[in-house]
Design a binder for this molecule. Structure first.
Ligand SMILES: Cc1cc2nc3c(=O)[nH]c(=O)nc-3n(C[C@H](O)[C@H](O)[C@H](O)COP(=O)(O)OP(=O)(O)OC[C@H]3O[C@@H](n4cnc5c(N)ncnc54)[C@H](O)[C@@H]3O)c2cc1C
Length: 389
């Protein structure tokens, strides 16, 4: 009789592939199902921090991780008249951080999946947990065909609007905490004119902001973000038009104008309202949520990818340490992840003011803070230049 335990991982993003790899290493038969008909690539800028890189090393995927941190990168606050002051970007903010695209992390994980099957176009229709296993009804989004399979563990790694979460734990309204903001990320197809290729730029005003993230070997990616109490209302018109309207009166600023033109040309982008996910517990005895599905911290925290890698990597490792007792392993895994996630979510809420200040007072406070930090970074650069002169 085959006694190998079977895990179903729903979602082939960073959390899903990290969980599949770690479970595979723990001796489980892992299967990934992905709603999309094919694998996505590319994506937006991500600052990867040490916690994520350590998890990537433990998973054995770090050597395949393509990083794109520009040498000597600096970040500037830019105002509507083109005045620049030294500021601090996500990569400079923490030591040993790396600039990557989301697709770079996914590519490194994908390259290491080996014989772990990934079945595209499938989504769970029902998840029925029983004492001896979990029955999952899967639906093919294209043909409509359904099949039911039994697993020993189901991992919901299906993102902020997780289907597994809504089937097992409850509706989105129970767990999504809106930050009353929209984030729109996309790739440029050329460098920003008049800006050194290694330099990042931030245009941050009360209620709206544009961040341009430099990358080493390709044009930057950008993030438009703005605050709104009417999140639903932002989805009634084409996103490009919505963004243009929000930034229309500052479109004379070079940085904003160029980014709006780039957005018009962008073949794809992500445009979404910003929510944190908060659950009292991320698991039952045999169903567990990982990554954004469990604890989305938002773009503002800069820790979502790192925590998805960590959470996925530690899941298999913890299960291996609790042979024959998945339920106990899930309790231990959650206990070890909670402090990091709690801090990351707190950071996400606080750093929203840095990304997109709520009002004039916050904007002035932010500017002073960024200038002070920016001066420190400028001084450090000057000292380094003198030391090597
Ligand atoms: C603009 C932006 C910038 C960011 N910048 C940073 C940063 O600088 N640093 C950082 O660490 N993090 C950053 N993040 C956060 C980071 O990208 C996410 O936290 C991370 O990618 C989450 O990975 P995940 O695998 O949990 O979820 P996702 O990436 O959402 O993957 C979920 C997967 O599940 C699939 N799926 C969904 N529903 C179903 C279903 N019903 N059935 C089957 N499959 C399904 C999806 O198609 C997808 O493939 C940023 C996020 C955004 C939006």
């Amino acid at each position: 009789m085959n006694t190998t335990k079977r895990a179903l991982i729903v979602g082939s993003g960073i959390a899903g592939m990290a969980a599949a790899l770690s479970l595979h290493r723990a001796g489980w038969a892992a299967t990934i199902v992905e709603k999309s008909p094919r694998r996505r690539t590319g994506g937006y800028f991500i600052a990867l921090y040490t916690e994520g890189m350590d998890a990537a090393r433990t998973l054995g995927v770090f050597d395949q991780l393509h990083t794109r941190t520009p040498r000597g990168t600096r970040t500037w606050d830019v105002d509507a008249f083109g005045n620049r002051t030294r500021s601090v970007g996500l990569v400079e903010a923490r030591p040993n951080a790396a600039a990557v695209l989301r697709g770079d992390v996914e590519e490194a994980l994908w390259a290491n999946l080996g014989d772990i099957p990934v079945r595209f176009g499938l989504s769970p229709e029902s998840v029925d947990e029983r004492p001896d296993g979990v029955e999952v009804r899967l639906r093919d989004g294209h043909s409509g065909a359904e099949s039911t399979e039994r697993f020993d563990l189901v991992v919901g790694a299906d993102g902020v609007r997780s289907r597994v979460r809504s089937l097992v734990f409850g509706g989105h309204e129970k767990f999504l905490r809106p930050l009353n903001a929209i984030a729109c990320a996309f790739q440029f197809d050329e460098q920003t004119p008049y800006v050194a290729p290694a330099d990042g730029s931030i245009f941050a005003e009360p209620g709206r902001a544009l961040w341009v993230f430099p990358l080493d070997d390709r044009p930057p990616t950008a993030l438009f973000t703005y605050r709104t109490k009417d999140e639903d209302g932002q989805f009634t018109r084409p996103p490009k038009q919505v963004i243009r309207d929000v930034f229309r009166d500052v479109a004379h600023a070079d940085l904003v104008r160029h980014a709006l033109d780039q957005l018009d040309r962008a073949p794809e982008m992500s445009f979404d309202s910003v929510h944190q996910v908060e659950l009292p517990s991320w698991h039952t005895d045999r169903v567990v949520l990982v990554g954004d599905a469990a604890w989305c911290m938002t773009v503002y925290a800069g820790l979502g990818a790192s925590s998805a890698l960590m959470g996925g990597q530690q899941l298999g490792e913890t299960i291996e340490r609790h042979p024959g007792d998945v339920a106990a392993a899930l309790v231990a895994w959650e206990a070890s992840m909670r402090p990091f996630v709690r801090e990351g979510q707190r950071a996400g809420r606080v750093k929203q003011q840095i990304f997109v200040p709520a009002n004039g007072f916050r904007a002035r406070l932010r500017r002073r803070m960024m200038q002070r930090s920016g001066r420190k970074f400028a001084l450090r650069d000057a000292q380094a230049a003198l030391a090597t002169a």
